[in-house]
Design a protein around this ligand. Structure first.
Ligand SMILES: [Zn+2]
Length: 132
């Protein structure tokens, strides 16, 4: 078979290209063997939703931590991380509970972050207005 990467001809039982090391075995070469031709969502949500129907809200938790409020965002991430752990133990109800908590704390983080931003901008304007 020919390497898809560099075009080098390899032995039919070759696993990797002898020239560039690219995987040429059909099993290894196909990146998503179970995709089934359906359109795939972005990788992060893909990993979170394909296994079960319980979303873990980890993306929102991380975004909330990065852009809003660190302490409450970390709480959200902890809950989001619990979702997959509980799912792997078959605890669907617990996973849904953790997912709900993760979403709640994410929103708390967004709210606090917004509040802090508004307060900060307000303080800056006040110091400008008073001449300091
Ligand atoms: Zn190659």
């Amino acid at each position: 078979m020919f390497c898809r990467h560099c075009g080098q001809e390899n032995a039919s039982n070759a696993v990797r290209c002898i020239r560039c090391g690219e995987a040429v075995s059909p099993e290894i070469a196909s990146p998503r063997p179970t995709a089934g031709g359906q359109s795939q969502p972005p990788p992060i949500t893909d990993a979170a939703t394909t296994k079960t129907s319980v979303g873990n809200n980890l993306v929102w938790a991380i975004l909330a931590t990065l852009f809003c409020c660190l302490p409450t965002g970390i709480v959200a991430i902890v809950y989001a991380a619990q979702v997959n752990t509980k799912l792997s133990h078959g605890d669907i109800a617990g996973a849904q509970e953790s997912a709900r908590n993760a979403a709640t704390w994410s929103w708390v983080s967004f709210g606090l972050g917004l509040l802090v931003s508004v307060a900060y901008v307000g303080l800056v304007f006040m110091s400008i207005a008073t001449g300091h």
